[in-house]
Ligand binder design. Structure first.
Ligand code: ZN
Length: 277
């Protein structure tokens, strides 16, 4: 647990990797998953901010049948995820990405939304570039978060999968050691930097956030014409400008579809995260 807290804070304090409440980490031990609570910040996380959950209960969720209707399905899915909390943990709310962490067989999982990596996941040509630069890495097309994403990843993931790129979202790394996570992250960042034409320019182009790149931009910046007057909105706007610039090395910008934007706007899990922000 000490190791988990230590690397969570270290990554959480690096603005190149984590902004606002974005990103999360987990550890598995003796059939229990310890996952970051929704809305807490990695940079200041304590061991009590992790939620202890029953791995077996979590994994049965992917084998269960759910209704097709969005609201009904997501409410049932959320109730099932919450019922996997161990006794005494019921006052905590696990990350919206809990099930994705549970799907990896490895002990530690690190999930981040770095602008550089999202330059790739939000690039028109991202999937092709990812296959070429990172053979063996799993690519998941942008889809509805929550149950749909978990199910899609469950079908793709294998016992040796250690890296997953989520289109218009971010990256997952999994390893049995914190050093292994560090190596996977470092390799990806270094390779991506070598694909850029040079350093990030000081003055970046304006971006249109009515076409957001990732759920973070929706949660912190909204999709209206006016940027909210908060520090996080400013941070995430700058993040979108960086993603926009990086994405030019991967076929040009590819924002989220309108259909996904409206799903995320109405998704209870993200409204919760927004309230915490
Ligand atoms: Zn995420």
């Amino acid at each position: 647990m000490q190791k988990l807290v230590e690397f969570s804070r270290r990554y959480g304090s690096n603005p190149e990797l984590v902004l606002a409440g974005g990103g999360n980490t987990s550890m598995k031990e003796g059939g229990i998953l310890y996952i970051k609570g929704s809305g807490c910040s990695l940079s200041t996380i304590r061991s009590v901010d992790f939620v202890a959950m029953d791995m077996e209960k979590l994994l049965t969720i992917c084998r269960k049948k759910y209704p097709n209707e969005d609201k009904e399905r997501e409410a049932m899915f959320l109730a099932d995820v919450n019922s996997a909390r161990l006794p005494g943990e019921e006052h905590k709310r696990p990350s919206v990405e809990t099930l994705l962490h549970a799907l990896f067989p490895q002990r530690y999982v690190l999930h981040l939304h770095p602008a550089l990596i999202n330059g790739l996941t939000c690039g028109e040509d991202g999937q092709r570039a990812a296959a070429e630069l990172f053979p063996g890495v799993i690519w998941v097309n942008a889809c509805r978060p929550g149950y749909t994403l978990a199910k899609l990843l469950a079908d793709k993931i294998g016992p040796d999968s250690n890296t997953v790129l989520l289109q218009n979202h971010g990256v997952f790394f999994a390893s049995d050691t914190p050093e292994g996570l560090e190596k996977l992250l470092h390799n990806m960042m270094t390779t991506l930097k070598s694909e850029l034409p040079g350093e990030l320019p000081e003055k970046l182009d304006e971006v249109d956030l009515s076409r957001p790149f990732t759920p973070d931009h929706i949660v912190y910046c909204g999709v209206g014409p006016e940027l909210p007057d908060t520090k996080n909105a400013q941070l995430l706007y700058l993040d979108a400008q960086k993603i926009n610039w990086y994405s030019r090395s991967f076929g040009g910008p590819h924002p989220l579809s309108e259909e996904l934007v409206s799903f995320i706007l109405n998704w209870e899990a993200e409204s919760y995260r927004k309230k915490q922000a």
